[in-house]
Write a protein that binds this ligand. Structure first.
Ligand code: ATP
Ligand code: MG
Length: 412
């Protein structure tokens, strides 16, 4: 038997049911905030990612040469693609430009619970304004996405990369070494680089400091005031100090971030607990455009795992009506009824396996249909249908119009 490639999943009908509900929630939340959906190609020139995305992603690329020898990679994330799209097609649009996307990403990682080689991201970009209020809008949207999904047990951590950068500059740490320290912090393991620097204990203190502690340790009023302004604005969205922690150890793994960054975690997921990451970044120089952008990406699959742990379940699939025609003579009437119901957007299905009434009803029950209608030639002649409520077992008789009206009540 040919098996699935490592790190991939088959998504069953019930998985897709839940995923679609979650996706609808995220789409609706972004739409409410004035964002519009876009989609970029699944593969791009490898260079788009190798230039700026940072080692953690570049090492994981699914990259290959196509038949004409072009260096191609499956996208490991959307941000660089959205920036390319902006530079090519959207730069003349009025600002702010508010965009969201949803689709699969590919990373050649070591698969484990919550970490796959094909996984989905739902994300956003807010392009144009470089103000604290834009940072707040970005974070408020990410937070609303999570809340609206029903998730309760998660933590939001907010930071400002400028503070750490200023601190490291004061310690005479230069360019590449700053990145090295960021990556070690992101992996939660500053020990791996500690031996090279004399200020590691102090850095550790800074990483766990509150706002006041930071002000004492780092002379960077500009970043600190910016961050405070963002937090004050979040308050206006109803997101107060109880909803987040300020945490300088939130640095993000990608090399293009600057300014305000944030992450969300669901502790219930254990090691792979990060469910969303985002912030303020600059990628425009890759394409010769000067544009501020703030966004985030929700790990769609991981958040679903967190929702499951949080016992949030979306409604089960409940198709509305199962039609069981008996004999050739009842086919025209039954199909006409089927077409009417489907035409009204009612989930209706018809017995295709020509089973007897008992087996057909058992199927309708297993599939969770609300109603079954058995249609014999006598019913067709008299125009009176026997409708079975599959929940209560109750049988009712009604004509076609009454049936349609009854079923329409259940569609929303
Ligand atoms: P991690 O530190 O867990 O590797 P990351 O920093 O690489 O995450 P991002 O590139 O910021 O993740 O992507 C945003 C979100 O996408 C993450 O918060 C996570 O929920 C999800 N994600 C990242 N990689 C995977 C993966 N291999 N499988 C499933 N979800 C993933
Ligand atoms: Mg990663």
């Amino acid at each position: 038997m040919i098996e699935r490639p490592r790190g991939t999943r088959d998504l069953l009908p019930e998985d897709m049911h839940t995923r679609n509900r979650f996706e609808e929630t995220l789409r609706r939340t972004c739409t409410n905030f004035g964002y519009r959906e876009i989609l970029t190609p699944t593969f791009e020139h490898t260079k788009l990612f190798t230039e700026k995305s940072g080692p953690s992603i570049v090492e994981d690329l699914y990259a290959f040469k196509d038949k004409s020898g072009r260096e191609i990679a499956l996208r490991p994330e959307f941000t660089a693609s959205v920036m390319r799209m902006y530079a090519q097609s959207l730069r003349e649009r009025p600002k702010p430009l508010k965009l969201f996307y949803f689709g699969p990403n590919f990373r050649y990682e070591r698969p484990q619970a919550g970490r796959y080689r094909e996984f989905w991201q739902f994300g956003t970009e807010l392009m144009g304004p470089d103000t604290p209020r834009a940072d707040a809008e970005n974070i408020a949207l990410a937070y609303s996405c999570m809340r609206n999904s029903g998730l309760r047990d998660f933590q939001l951590k907010i930071s400002h990369l400028g503070i750490l950068e200023t601190y490291l500059r004061e310690k005479n740490v230069a360019g590449g070494d700053v990145r090295k320290i960021y990556h070690a912090i992101d992996r939660g393991n500053i020990e791996e680089i500690a031996s090279g620097y004399g200020f590691m204990d102090e850095l550790r203190m800074l990483l766990s400091a509150d706002m006041e502690g930071m002000r004492d340790m780092v002379d960077d009023t500009r970043s600190m005031d910016h961050l405070q302004h963002v937090l004050n604005t979040l308050e206006l969205y109803g997101i107060n100090g109880e909803c987040y922690t300020v945490d300088l150890s939130t640095v993000r793994g990608l090399d293009y971030y600057k300014g305000v960054v944030f992450e969300m975690e669901a502790e219930s997921l254990g090691a792979e607990k990060q469910i969303c990451g985002g912030g303020d970044y600059s990628l425009g120089d890759l394409f010769g455009v000067d544009i501020s952008s703030k966004g985030f990406a929700i790990g769609f699959d991981r958040t679903l795992l967190a929702l499951e742990k949080d016992s949030v379940s979306y409604h089960e699939w409940e198709p509305t009506c199962y039609l069981i025609p008996l004999g050739e003579g009842s086919m025209p009437f039954t199909y006409e009824l089927l077409n009417t119901l489907r035409g009204k957007g009612i989930i209706a299905d018809i017995e295709l396996m020509e089973r007897g009434v008992g087996k057909a009803l058992a199927y309708a029950d297993r599939m969770n249909f609300r109603y079954s209608v058995i249609i014999g030639e006598k019913e067709v002649e008299e125009g009176i249908l026997t409708v079975k409520n599959m929940r209560s077992g109750e049988q009712m008789t009604m004509d076609k119009e009454e049936l349609v009206a009854e079923l329409e009540k259940h569609e929303s």
